[in-house]
Design a binder for this molecule. Sequence first.
Ligand SMILES: [Zn+2]
Ligand SMILES: [Zn+2]
Length: 124
Amino acid sequence: MKISRKTKSLEKIMNLFNNSSKAYSAVELISMFNSQMNKTTIYRILEKLQKSGILHSFVGIKGIKWYAKCSGCSSQNHFDAHPHFQCKLCGNLDCLSLDIQIPNINNRTIESAQILVFGKCEKC
Ligand SMILES: [Zn+2]
Ligand SMILES: [Zn+2]
């Protein structure tokens, strides 16, 4: 059976995320895979992986969207409340495995929360 191009593209993106715990911005991913697949395909794959509970996304400095691997999420139970750290010098962003409790707010239902911590990373 021939493996479709779509499956191969998905595998390439998955391999990247499986091999590191780093987060990648949409801009970065597009420049990385640009020669192998088009932008629409990349966005479609990212969306699919997000829906399946494999990746999660969040917004960093300048409104840029970032993607990182989920741990223990599924399509039914997708909640990534952990904070993210972005280095102001190199711009690198990663997931922090800290448990931060989002307080309950009267009369409001919280569906998701984003905590972004800025500073200087270990490499800078
Ligand atoms: Zn840095
Ligand atoms: Zn994360």
